[in-house]
Design a protein around this ligand. Structure first.
Ligand code: CP3
Length: 342
């Protein structure tokens, strides 16, 4: 079978060498990213300037030859498009005007209105569809509703998502209305990304692991199922990667229950277990610990080979278990790919 290796793996093909890309592959560990980011002035201007966002998306492709490029943007653009204030404090992270009351949720814009703010992102994708090498797949993405809600409710990142849990348990109607709005906006956003050239989309539920079993079904699994069903109805054949980070045992069956073509595994998941319990349902992605991109050496080589071996019997997309960190060494990224492809 010919075609882009990422699309082949997502369709269930077992490849001799799995396709590879990295979460946060465009980022501060790369000097060329820092230069373009300085040119943009700040992070959000970089996200909303299509030429520069396309440029940083392409940088890791040029330097390392990954099999896929992920759109450069951020999961918090959706809250901004829904009318929440958003800004980034350098060295600290995102800040948002909190949306944690019934009145706050009611004041959000309708899901169909998000394109006004997000249209530069679609332009970035159109540029990338023209400029990417022919064998490199283009991935679009959005945050999953629960993860996006944790930032909207708290107005910032939190170690334990306590404000979001408090709203969920204290005022379920308001919490569910917020989740509903984000879910609908996410469908509109990902659908428009596909129209603009995304060949695959990924749903990042970075904080899924903080939900108890019943809440996980209601607020991680069910929204993913709804978003995927709607995308499949509108865009049959476009694969979806789901990343319920920290799902532990609930990774088993997640693809079947949601309709995802692939589930992304974090580094806390045992690869042998996942090969038996998750890969039975289709493609898996992951799951090298990003710390190896800092430390490198023989431990990195051994881990790449171990993961490749564990998932070698089924469809696999090689990736990290979470985003690469700013203190990573680009030489270790090159060593990872060289080892994988040797
Ligand atoms: O993977 C990629 O390379 C694509 C681009 C991408 C970014 N953020 C760029 C970014 C993607 C897919 C994201 C997703 C994202 N953003 C998530 C989910 C995935 C995850 O990592 O769990 C979350 C929770 C966010 C929210 C967010 N954005 C935070 C908490 C921060 C600050 C933390 C930090 O690393 O500084 C960001 C900023 C951000 N998003 C950066 C990048 C490259 C760093 C900004 C900078 O250049 O200073």
């Amino acid at each position: 079978m010919a075609g882009k290796t990422l699309l082949r793996a997502l369709a269930g093909e077992v490849l001799e060498v799995p396709p590879a890309w990295m979460m946060r592959q465009a980022g501060r560990y790369l000097p060329e990213y820092k230069a373009t980011r300085a040119q943009a002035g700040d992070f959000l201007s970089l996200c909303y300037t299509p030429d520069l966002a396309a440029e940083v998306t392409l940088q890791p492709i040029r330097r390392f030859g990954f099999d896929a490029a992920i759109l450069f943007a951020d999961i918090l653009l959706v809250p901004q498009a829904l009318g929440a204030d958003l800004w980034f404090v350098t060295g600290e992270g995102p800040r948002l005007g909190p949306v944690d009351t019934a009145a706050g949720v009611a004041a959000l814009k309708p899901a169909g209105d998000v394109h006004e703010v997000l249209s530069p992102v679609y332009e970035t994708l159109r540029i990338l569809s023209r400029e990417l090498p022919r064998d490199v797949a283009l991935i679009g993405f959005a945050g999953a509703p629960w993860t996006v809600a944790t930032y909207m409710i708290a107005g910032r990142g939190t170690p334990d998502q306590a404000p979001a849990h408090a709203l969920k348990d204290g005022d379920r109607a308001t919490f569910e209305a917020l989740l509903e709005r984000i879910t609908a906006a996410t469908v509109e956003y990902l659908s428009a990304q596909i129209d603009a050239g995304a060949e695959v989309v990924k749903l990042f539920d970075s904080w899924a692991g903080s939900l108890g079993a019943e809440d996980f079904r209601r607020y991680a699994l069910e929204p993913a199922r709804r978003i995927i069903a709607e995308l499949k109805a509108r865009h049959p054949g476009v694969p979806v990667i789901a990343f319920p980070r920290g799902a532990k045992d609930a990774y088993a069956g997640f693809a079947r229950a949601t309709g995802a073509d692939c589930v992304a595994l974090d580094q806390g998941v045992d690869a042998e277990w996942a090969a038996r319990r998750v890969q039975v349902d289709g493609c898996v992605q992951g799951n090298l610990d990003p710390s190896h991109m800092v430390t490198g050496g023989q431990a990195l080589v051994d881990e790449v080979l171990r993961i490749r071996q564990a998932f070698g019997g089924g469809p696999h997309v090689f990736n990290l278990g979470h985003g690469i960190t700013p203190d990573a060494d680009p030489d270790n990224v090159a060593l990872m790919l060289e080892t994988l492809r040797s």
